[in-house]
Design a protein around this ligand. Sequence first.
Ligand SMILES: NC(=O)C1=CN([C@@H]2O[C@H](COP(=O)(O)OP(=O)(O)OC[C@H]3O[C@@H](n4cnc5c(N)ncnc54)[C@H](OP(=O)(O)O)[C@@H]3O)[C@@H](O)[C@H]2O)C=CC1
Ligand SMILES: O=C(O)C1=N[C@H](C(=O)O)C[C@H](O)C1
Length: 254
Amino acid sequence: MIKTVLYGVNGKMGNVLRNKIKDSKEFTVVSGYNHENEDLNSYDFPIYNDINQFSAEADVIIDFSHPNNLKTLLEHANKKKIPTVIATTGYNEQQLREIKDASKKVPILLSSNMSLGINVITRVLRQLSSFLYNEDFDIEIIEKHHNKKIDSPSGTANLLANTINMELNQDNQYVHGRVGNETIRKKNEIGIHAVRGGTIPGEHQVIFAGDDEIIEFKHTALSKDIFALGAMKAAKFISKQSEGLYTMDDLFKL
Ligand SMILES: NC(=O)C1=CN([C@@H]2O[C@H](COP(=O)(O)OP(=O)(O)OC[C@H]3O[C@@H](n4cnc5c(N)ncnc54)[C@H](OP(=O)(O)O)[C@@H]3O)[C@@H](O)[C@H]2O)C=CC1
Ligand SMILES: O=C(O)C1=N[C@H](C(=O)O)C[C@H](O)C1
């Protein structure tokens, strides 16, 4: 059994993941972390708000929570040497550096999207972006999420934009939405647009628009289950690795 600690245990993803783990024969939740000292008595494992309270042994931490928990999470992972999957999005540059530094001491898998489909799209983008850009195709990304999402644009939209930009020698400028009279598109822009509404689990579309033809890559999450199941695959993978920073790319070998 893979003994798991859940960060963000009472969140939307925390709840989906907890239920998936309940159905699994390979995982068990040994404890959870919540930043507030809330009474979360309905859980069948202990929930703490201080890493010194965690006593049970654990094989892996899975985090779907909030960037504010990062310091605690990394301290926990490092102190107890627990391989960690970080699925939370919305980190700033400094926090991303802290994750990279921590991964020198403990294995960490960081990914803004745990689905197989987004991983397939990032691979296609690596192969096609330069070619299409040099053929004068404009690149725009549209993402759609539920109305409770805190961060915009989504972590996945940033991942897609960064993947493309890397292939284009990091020369491109991100333009978030367009408002105003002087917003004519420049060639070196990557447009990023965030839609929020209802309960949309997550949709990402990368548009390459050329003269008289359009190529689109689109991924639709039909439920949050794919993220939970992907995180469990990632957890199984990271629990067997040595120190270092990993992504879903290391896991899905196409
Ligand atoms: N990588 C992936 O594939 C996916 C990533 N995500 C990401 O996972 C994260 C969680 O998503 P979701 O479950 O929908 O979000 P929720 O808002 O439902 O849950 C957020 C969790 O974080 C805690 N939290 C909220 N605010 C704070 C704060 N200020 N300080 C510390 N903890 C806080 C909440 O605890 P409390 O309620 O007690 O405040 C809760 O446990 C997001 O960053 C989201 O983008 C989501 C889906 C897929
Ligand atoms: O908050 C969400 O719900 C999601 N967040 C991730 C992101 O920001 O990309 C992944 C997924 O799209 C769902």
